[in-house]
Design a protein around this ligand. Structure first.
Ligand SMILES: [Zn+2]
Length: 101
């Protein structure tokens, strides 16, 4: 006589299977998100956040800023504002003057 799995066994295996499928779905979702992030990153790398045009990296002393020659925006990376703050008085003014059209 075949052994019929008990209800609790069926429930256990169904739960196991559901958990396995959930993990697969989560991994798939994470991969899609990572691909999406990578696509966004490469699409927007060194593009002006304001107007979307190409940014140019300009060095002034030991400070490097990303400058947009389309909308004239100037963008700073992490830590660069702090770097500017530690400069001698007048540095920022000279920096802006150098980039003015
Ligand atoms: Zn711009």
């Amino acid at each position: 006589m075949p052994i019929k799995p008990s209800d609790s066994e069926e429930e256990y295996f169904a739960r196991q299977e559901a958990e396995r499928r959930r993990k697969i779905a989560e991994e798939r979702q994470a991969n899609i998100q990572e691909e999406e992030r990578e696509r966004e990153r490469s699409l927007h790398f060194m593009k002006c956040p304001k107007c979307g045009m190409q940014l140019e990296e300009i060095t002034f002393g030991d400070i490097r800023v990303d400058k947009c020659f389309s909308c004239e925006g100037i963008w700073l990376d992490k830590g660069e504002l702090e770097g500017l703050q530690s400069k001698e008085p007048g540095f920022v003014g000279r920096l802006f003057k150098a980039f003015r059209a």
